[in-house]
Design a protein around this ligand. Structure first.
Ligand code: ACO
Length: 478
């Protein structure tokens, strides 16, 4: 057993006194002192002195870095980007302004914003080979697969941005390096990614509906141009509805960043190997796609469709409590009270409904939320709606197919990922991510040649066969 004394814990007797843990290993009697650093952090590596490893599946209590990009208070339901409340940013800022804030740490002044918008906008055209690549996907390919592959492929167009070709410290600053050059190179990739991603995403959408891809235009803002690329048919001067473009922009602002979640951690993980940012973003996008993360929005819609009517809600809630089902769009690792983004989405929903009419499934969602919020099962576990609970309904009302929702999450989240990329490049403590494992396998055994082996004792022996398609059966000579 380990015993731990927290010395000068919450209220140090002497304010100048350093806080530390004193940990005693009952097996060896060895005592170690671990300093408590800024942010109530202790170094796991200290336990190596006791020959111990910290086991933390799911990173329940492990910080992988220090970060000054966004702040969440899960108990109070607060989310801030660089110190600014998310509610104020959603109301008053544009998406590109927020992207500037996240990546550079401060809100831009007018000139900086103009330059930023101009640079991003001028990087929105796709190379024709990228267009050809997109066109090769099956007519019904999932748009996330198309977008993720295209982001990875983007890296192949920019030799100058590939540390594997140019040197592993390509994006790092150092005594012998021209820092302005390094910053310019970093910004070039940021402009390319922020600029081209909406074009790739819009092309994936057009591919799905069998329409020719639209080129971007420079006279609309970020979301306006995106809606233009989605929706322009033969109009010479098509203009998307400004209320809808602004509604989408608000959703993108609140989706731009959310500290060290699954996909951002993936972004940091991949970047720690110093791979190019396109590959890192493709990897982070893969993490985002999962139904427990950015894919939840799509899953919420399927859940509401399955529930079908208000009358079926109590039965569904019972099934959730019996753990047969999951209430998608509810619960969060960090928020233990209402997710502040969910409140903003509810307001945006009203703005969109005023233009396009109410999405009928909202009635089921509101009722489901009320029943869950008043049920002891959800109260005890502090389960509240998260950002995905209502977002899917807004996207449905806006006419997006459900499998496109994760793409609408991915586009804005790139701003946050890029901010983390820059922050990790500037962090002198960053090392390649290499977690440990606690090995539970066989210690050592002798190799048996193939002809002398007995059949492997596998629980899944039947599944090894996988399933055989009717076509394979037809072709089989057995
Ligand atoms: N429905 C029913 N029960 C739930 C739900 C839910 N949505 N979420 C958590 N619980 C229960 C768990 O069963 C568990 O109960 P127990 O203590 O009796 O075993 C308890 O609440 C704690 O849940 P955990 O799974 O331990 O919480 P964790 O922090 O690991 O998971 C997560 C968080 C993945 C978001 C989870 O709440 C979930 O799966 N929610 C549904 C998917 C979803 O909406 N994801 C989007 C998150 S927001 C985003 O990524 C943008």
């Amino acid at each position: 057993m380990l015993s731990t004394n927290l010395t000068s814990a919450t209220a140090p007797s002497n304010p100048g006194e350093k806080r530390f843990l004193e940990v005693k290993d009952s097996k060896t009697g060895k005592i170690i002192k671990i300093n408590v650093e800024e942010g109530n952090a202790i170094r796991s590596v200290a336990f190596e002195q006791l020959d111990l490893v910290c086991l933390d599946p799911g990173f329940m209590n492990t910080a992988i870095s220090r970060s000054s990009i966004s702040y969440i208070d899960g108990e109070k339901g607060i989310l801030r980007y660089r110190g600014y409340d998310i509610e104020e940013l959603a109301e008053k800022s544009s998406f590109l302004e927020v992207a500037f804030l996240l990546i550079n740490g401060e809100l831009p002044d007018r000139n900086q914003l103009n330059l930023w918008e101009e640079r991003v906008t001028k990087h929105s055209y796709l190379h024709e080979n990228m267009v050809t690549l997109l066109k090769q996907f099956r007519y019904d390919a999932h748009p996330m697969g198309m977008v993720i592959s295209s982001i990875a492929a983007m890296g192949t167009f920019y030799e100058d941005a590939n540390p594997s070709l140019q040197g592993s410290d390509l994006f790092l600053k150092g005594a012998d390096k021209d820092c302005v050059k390094v910053d310019s190179l970093r910004f070039k990739q940021i402009y390319r990614i922020l600029g081209k991603l909406p074009t790739i995403a819009a092309s994936a959408y057009r591919h799905r509906i069998g329409k020719p891809y639209n080129n971007p235009v420079n006279n609309l803002n970020y979301t306006g141009n995106f809606l233009y690329m989605l929706d322009r048919l033969s109009e010479v001067n098509y203009h998307p509805n400004p209320v809808l473009a602004r509604a989408l922009e608000k959703l993108w602002i609140i989706h731009a960043e959310h500290e060290m979640n699954c996909s951002t951690a993936a972004m940091r993980h991949l970047s720690s190997s110093r791979v190019d940012p396109y590959t890192s973003i493709a990897g982070a996008s893969g993490a985002l796609y999962g139904p427990l993360h950015g894919g939840a929005c799509e899953a919420v819609l399927h859940m509401l469709e399955e529930i079908g009517t208000k009358e079926n809600i109590p039965k569904f809630i019972e099934e959730v409590k019996q753990r047969k089902k999951k209430l998608m769009g509810f619960g969060h690792r960090i928020y233990r009270s209402y997710d502040p983004r969910a409140k903003i989405v509810k307001k945006v929903a009203d703005e969109v409904f005023q233009v396009l009419g109410k999405e009928p499934m909202i009635e089921i969602a509101v009722e489901l939320e009320q029943i869950a919020l008043n049920d002891p099962y959800f109260k005890e576990r502090k389960l509240y709606p998260n950002v995905d609970f209502y977002t899917g309904l807004v996207y449905k009302c806006l006419g997006f197919p459900a499998d496109y929702y994760p793409v609408l999450f991915l586009i804005p989240r790139c701003a946050g990922w890029l901010a983390h990329w820059i922050e990790s490049l500037e962090d002198p403590e960053v090392k390649i991510f290499r977690p440990k494992q606690v090995y539970t396998g066989i210690d050592h055994r002798k190799y048996v040649p193939l002809n002398h082996r007995k059949p492997a004792q596998a629980n899944n022996a039947d599944a090894l066969r996988s399933f055989i398609s009717p076509m394979s059966k037809r072709r089989s000579n057995d």
